[in-house]
Write a protein that binds this ligand. Structure first.
Ligand code: NAP
Length: 315
């Protein structure tokens, strides 16, 4: 029987990432959890670890096909695709890649805020089309520096966003399930109260069932016609139907969105919403950060296979 301790799971791995994993450990590959059942049974029996990337749900039925599985190492801090309850019930550890991506995700949140408030996408098109040269102009923008922002979820990334926005002289408000130690930022016990107090609402929550539509229709309405929503968390954390309606009707001023439901085949109504800046879930998408994430993922697998402590366990 060939000893293949690692299962590389997810078509989202780049060739370079896959090659690095295959150099470190003998490995087999499946494009998605559904494909695991079609792997040779003898190989499945030797799998001790999974490196996982992507958003296809990974549940207990797939874990049950891998009788010696001890760890699922996720590529990413958000592990909502992995059924952690099912893993724990089977004595399987789950790891993620926190912290190494905070800077990039915070950068893109701030980037989308500036791009939205200064109308940079339409302005780029104006210049490129030659319309500026022909004498056309755009309406004046809204000032971002010195305005107010509400962060929904003051965790690792939420804090890094708030720290950046403090340098933009913004008045910082936040909501989390409990009040945190901060540099005098204003706490709100609920999201509607937070939204009604600020110009920008930035969502930095974890995804998953517990935070589904956490930013509700009422919260979106409370933001008001000058309000801008930025989401770098997961599409599921906001009532997306209410968001699309609010953007279409102008009941909020705009949005900066890196995440959507049903990515990458997102609701096509987004394509026509000119006040929204849309990004292809690329918050952590720099060469440096993706490498650091891959290294941390692999370090967790290696720790498990050598019997030492996992670096960033989830359960
Ligand atoms: P984190 O440090 O765990 O912070 C998560 C925040 O979510 C905390 O403020 C926490 O609130 C809140 N939260 C967790 N469970 C909740 C619940 N059941 N109800 C209400 N609030 C809850 O996570 P992070 O490292 O900052 O990452 C946040 C998320 O960003 C990830 O989970 C991922 O989905 C997303 N992300 C996106 C990208 C991208 O490319 N766009 C990249 C990386 C991460 P409490 O303080 O009350 O516990």
């Amino acid at each position: 029987m060939t000893d293949t301790p690692l299962l590389i799971l997810g078509a989202a791995f780049s060739d370079e990432e896959r090659a690095r994993l295959e150099t470190a450990h003998a490995a087999i590959f499946a494009g998605s959890p559904d494909e695991v059942a079609s792997l040779p049974e003898a190989s499945r029996a030797t799998v001790k670890a999974i490196t996982f990337k992507g958003h296809n749900p990974l549940n207990g039925d797939v874990m049950d096909l891998l009788l010696n599985l001890g760890v699922i190492a996720n590529y990413g801090v958000g592990y909502d695709a992995i059924n952690v309850e099912d893993a724990s019930a089977r004595g399987i550890k789950v790891t993620n890649t926190p912290d190494v991506l905070n800077d990039d995700v915070a950068d893109i949140a701030v980037g989308m805020m500036i791009a939205q408030s200064r109308n940079m996408v339409a302005a780029d098109a104006l210049v490129r089309s030659g319309k500026w040269a022909a004498g056309e102009s755009l309406p004046l923008n809204r000032k971002m520096s010195g305005s107010s922002v509400g962060i929904v979820g003051l965790g690792r990334i939420g804090r890094d966003i708030a720290d950046r926005l403090a340098a933009f002289k913004m008045d910082i408000h936040y909501h989390a399930r409990s009040e945190k130690e901060t540099q005098g930022w204003t706490y709100h016990a609920d999201v509607v109260s937070l939204a009604s107090a600020v110009d920008y609402l930035v969502i930095a929550l974890v995804g998953g069932k517990e935070t589904e539509k956490y930013v509700s229709r009422d919260a979106i309405a409370a933001l008001g016609p000058h309000g801008v929503i930025v989401n770098i968390s997961r599409g599921s954390t906001i009532d997306e139907e209410a968001l699309i309606e609010a953007l279409a009707n102008g009941t909020i001023a705009g949005a900066g969105l890196d995440v959507f439901n049903d990515e990458p085949k997102i609701d096509e109504r987004f394509y026509a919403l000119e006040t929204a800046v849309l990004q292809p879930h690329q918050g952590s998408g720099t060469v440096e950060t993706r490498r650091a994430m891959a290294e941390l993922q692999l370090a967790n697998v290696s720790a498990h296979l050598s019997g030492t402590d996992l670096l960033t366990p989830v359960n």
